[in-house]
Design a protein around this ligand. Sequence first.
Ligand code: TEU
Ligand code: CA
Length: 507
Amino acid sequence: MKLNNQIIYQIYPKSFKDTNGDGIGDLPGIISQLDTLSHLGIDYLWLSPIMRSPQRDNGYDIADYYHIDPMFGSDEDYFRLIQEANKRGIKIMMDLVLNHVSTEHEWFKRACEGDPYYQDFFIWRKRPNELKSLFGGSAWEYVPQLDMYYFHNFDVHQADLNYANEHVRQEIYRMINYWIKQGVEGFRLDVIDLIGKDVDTGELSCTPKFYEYLQELHENTFQNHYLTVGECWEATPQQAMKICNGKGLTQVFHFNHLTLTHHGSKWNQKKLELHKLASILETWQNEYQGIEAIVMNNHDLPRLLSLWLDDQKYRKESAMLLAMLFGMLRGNLYIYQGEEYGMTSAHFTRIDQYRDIETINYYHEQLKQGVCESDILEVLAKISRDNGRVPMQFMNTLGHGFTSTTPWISFIQGGEDIYPDQTDCQVIYQMYQKIIQYRKDFEQELEHPIHFHVQDDILSFTRGTYHGVFNFSDHVYPLPEVGEVIFHNYLDTAKYLRAYEAYIYQK
Ligand code: TEU
Ligand code: CA
């Protein structure tokens, strides 16, 4: 099976398409769009978790690994999705949340009832240490009837599994093999770098134990027969090489380029520095020998065109600029729903519009610390995870073709004219189609090393006979001699490089 140079399209099922009028996207909705998706030229469809879950963290809190949450449809709907996708040459990639389960999972409930077999599925201590949850507060929660604390790296309703326990590992292998048998051909492994954590020393990511468990997981489940991608936020090329050494995963998501604007934490953003972006892209492309996962958006991130560029006046140009830049990078290209027609961040202005647990926790923490509400809302509008989680918009009607009722989360504020048939959106979509086709036809062109150059607001690159020039600002700059134009994000040409204008050309 070919695992490199693939196109993977990520769906956030809750916000993709609702067919039964409950305001929540569902599996029949995804099936209804398969023809359109196959038109784009994708190879894999990755769905964020759809297994049974109380939805505290939108499905990243799984209560039953073996069944589809009724909110999304039935198990049969999922089997049908696999079949219908396969018919169109698309493989299904499943999101595996292996680091933790919902506190409503049978294992955790039994543990709390005092069953020692299941107690050892989790991480308990008599006394909590200073470790903090990524979603705010302590990482330890007290269970009075056991007089002990359990560890949760994320929300208090997401209890971390104890991988030191062999029974846990066996249960996980059994579950993955079940889904392989059902026809799943790809896996995205949520925060997989954390499974070997040592809560006593505080070493959580990429520990020696992690590499050991990963190899065992590989041998007992997917081996090298399926496309596997592990989420490892801060991975270096060296760590990625170790994870993808033939006995682990196909590839990792690293977000080094997307955390560039973090100032201390993601809540504090600074201006994008182009030379740093250039250096990260170049290092990964040239030094990393594995298959890079090329990502600009996902369900945890604000839309990149809103964060880095201009999502209003120059929305079309910005969306296309990013597609052209990331589209020329070697690896597997991930596209997040709506990216292909230039969806923007949500532009919410009130706290009651948000649904994300991390966002809401942060809001209350900040209020408690005396930060004024308008300042918090400004930060959230920029960076909240809900920015990428608003519903898809298929047409310019009341429910945007997403739903016939009120959606579970509001649409983009002021984004009424963002839908596939709108002229600008069509142009963006066609650019994605062209780039995807180009990557298939000229695969070997991406094998050449890439060299970036930055001057003022202009990022440029050379890759073999290909050159790219990208204006990251609304200032006008002199235009280099562009040779034979391959991709361009304006419909006409000018003597200057205009606002957010970008060219890929050959000399
Ligand atoms: O994300 C892991 C993760 O580290 C992010 O949630 C990150 O902490 C946050 O966006 C930065 O502030 C994965 C999933 O992608 C995410 O949706 C889940 O909430 C999380 O794991 C827990 O399963
Ligand atoms: Ca529905």
